[in-house]
Design a protein around this ligand. Sequence first.
Ligand SMILES: O=C(CO)[C@@H](O)[C@H](O)COP(=O)(O)O
Length: 216
Amino acid sequence: MPIVAPSLLSADFTRLADEAKMLNTSEADWFHLDVMDGIFVPNLTFGMPIISQLRKLSTKTFDVHLMIVQPERYIEEFKKAGADILTVHYEASTHLHRTLHAIRQAGMKAGVALNPHTPVQLLEDVIEDIDLVCLMSVNPGFGGQKFIENTYKKVLKLVDMRNDSQTNFLIEIDGGVNQLNAAKLTDAGADVLVAGNFIFSSNNPIETIKSLKYCR
Ligand SMILES: O=C(CO)[C@@H](O)[C@H](O)COP(=O)(O)O
């Protein structure tokens, strides 16, 4: 069964505490928290203060996805705010090796996100330093976009790289995930499904989360 990580980007921010409580009672495994800076991506969201408030409301794994330039500036701060997994973008990290080590050193799992145009092979030389690869299946910045079909091929390539390197990082898919592609992604080798719009715009988010969890 996949790990299901609802993206709070699509939650009702006027009722964030209720949304967190709803996720707590659901079969969601993680909270996926999208931090955007308006520079790396053309949108702004939230940062440490919101995450640390949410931390008081849930014991689930906090999967924090930094869509910001120079993410190495805030590693300690996100740890303090309550991140369990900290994912930085390959495209935003000049010294990726150093950044991944700093994330693990701070006591978090280290993730790398790849934009749709970025080949997975670019991770070969840091493969042992990664706990999670987040494949963006939309161009990052907004919820509710259409899933990019080429993602399946990237999952298969990553699975090969994982087998060849005998490492065990998780493969996460982020963007446009829904009941139409969840099973195919999981069958291809995806471990974590991030979904925002599909969950939060549904009439019954708890059942929608279940439909992803039991998609196979
Ligand atoms: O990081 C992002 C978008 O940049 C994602 O986490 C989205 O929030 C996923 O939402 P949907 O595409 O499922 O609406």
